[in-house]
Design a protein around this ligand. Structure first.
Ligand code: PLP
Length: 392
């Protein structure tokens, strides 16, 4: 059966060019970079080359790039590490209600340990209000952490404006850019970003590898203690093959950025328009260039997102009802609640995310496959039957 993968925001495949660069580092080039012989120097040089590739993509210095075990670790490190290092300055952190759980749950953990966190509201498209941000900053604020692009509804935040506000007020700015890298142009200098998280497996690189960019001059405590790797800031023998893969993946992602955005925007808008012809449907998140190029999130009234997923899976379509981390739980998505949807509407939402492997044929297939599924599920829904009765 045909498989149509539309869950690129959950993870991507590893590109063949990326895998090819990684392979020798599992076998002949296996030396520990901390040792003193030929094969070790070779791995050390390869790690530094990858660091340069990451630095180029972000417009920072290679010495500001630190490898982590993924996006979640980078978020944890940024927030906990800044909280500890700036404890004497203050105990207040500002974030938004629509952040990834790697940020939200870290902030909740800090709240249990003497910190105060402001969770900014967002509007119906998922944007924070910049005046709210300005008003929330106090002389106790040490960190603002706002995601670059939302993984569920695709909202791209006004990062440069947020960075400017933080700089003016002397507050550090961290952004979770896991979804933004390879989909939006990023420049940490121009955007006044002090710390930035990214992950390999969302940009056609391997899983379990990420980066935290830390601007020179920012003080931060370590999260992982041990050996002196990563210039004494992140202990543990380097995940060499994955680091090499991440370097190649981010290079490819930024080289082809304009083309990638153009292609995915066309597919995205075609899919959105096709799905919105279904009655009682609604787009979650903004339209246009403030939305991630490959993100579609549509709500269908009177039915459950989970039952749509089951039916789509039966037709070979891989999709998501929210973020992969929340599937399996019956709570509706915190992002959809934050943009103001009532529980029942938040439950009936479907996220389809596209990427480099997506074709127009895939989009047409989903546009053709979904309407009869929605119709069938509604016929079985008591909410729908009641609604139709009342209409008459
Ligand atoms: C996937 C994701 C993460 C977590 O990254 P991992 O590498 O899976 O730990 C964090 N933030 C956002 C926005 C994500 O999409």
């Amino acid at each position: 059966m045909k498989t149509v993968y539309m869950d690129y925001a959950a993870t991507t495949y590893v590109k063949p060019e990326v895998l090819e660069e990684m392979l020798p580092f599992f076998t002949e080039k296996f030396g520990n970079p901390s040792s003193f012989y030929g094969i070790s120097r070779e791995t050390k040089m390869a790690i530094d080359k990858a660091r340069g590739q990451v630095a180029k993509a972000l417009n920072c210095d290679p010495s500001e790039v630190y490898y982590t075990g993924g996006g979640s670790e980078a978020d944890n490190w940024a927030i906990k590490g800044i909280a500890a290092a700036y404890k004497n300055k203050g105990n207040h952190i500002i974030t938004a209600k629509t952040e990834h759980h790697a940020v939200l749950h870290t902030c909740e953990y800090l709240e249990k340990n003497g910190y105060e966190v402001t969770y900014l509201d967002v509007d119906e498209e998922g944007f924070i209000n910049l005046e709210d941000l300005k008003n929330a900053i106090t002389d106790k604020t040490i960190l603002v952490t706002i995601m670059f692009a939302n993984n569920e509804i695709g909202t791209i935040a006004p990062i440069k404006e947020i960075g400017a506000i933080c700089k003016e007020r002397g507050v550090l700015f961290h952004t979770d850019a896991v979804q933004a890298v390879g989909n939006v142009k990023i420049d940490v200098k121009d955007m006044n970003i002090d710390l930035l998280s990214l992950a390999g497996h969302k940009i056609y690189g391997p899983k379990g590898i990420g980066v935290l960019y830390i601007r020179k001059g920012v003080r931060i405590h370590n999260l992982i203690h041990g050996g002196g790797q990563e210039r004494n800031r992140r202990a543990g023998t380097e995940n060499i093959a994955s680091i090499i893969g991440l370097g190649k993946a981010i290079e490819l992602a930024t080289e082809n950025l304009d083309e990638h955005i153009k292609k995915l925007t066309v597919l995205r808008d075609k899919l959105i328009d096709g799905l919105l012809t279904i009655p009682y449907s609604r787009l979650n998140g903004p339209r246009g260039d403030k939305r991630l190029p490959g993100n579609v999130n549509v709500g269908f009234e009177f039915i459950e997102g989970e039952s749509i997923l089951l039916s789509l899976d039966f037709e070979g379509v891989c999709a998501s009802s929210g973020s992969a981390c929340t599937s399996g739980s019956l709570d509706p998505s915190h992002v959809l609640l934050a943009i103001g949807l009532p529980h029942e509407k938040a439950h009936g939402s479907l996220r389809l995310t596209m990427g480099d492997g997506t074709t127009e044929e895939d989009v047409d297939y989903v546009i053709k496959t979904l309407p009869p599924i929605i119709e069938r599920l509604r016929k079985m829904s008591p909410l729908w039957t009641d609604f139709i009765k009342n209409e008459k």
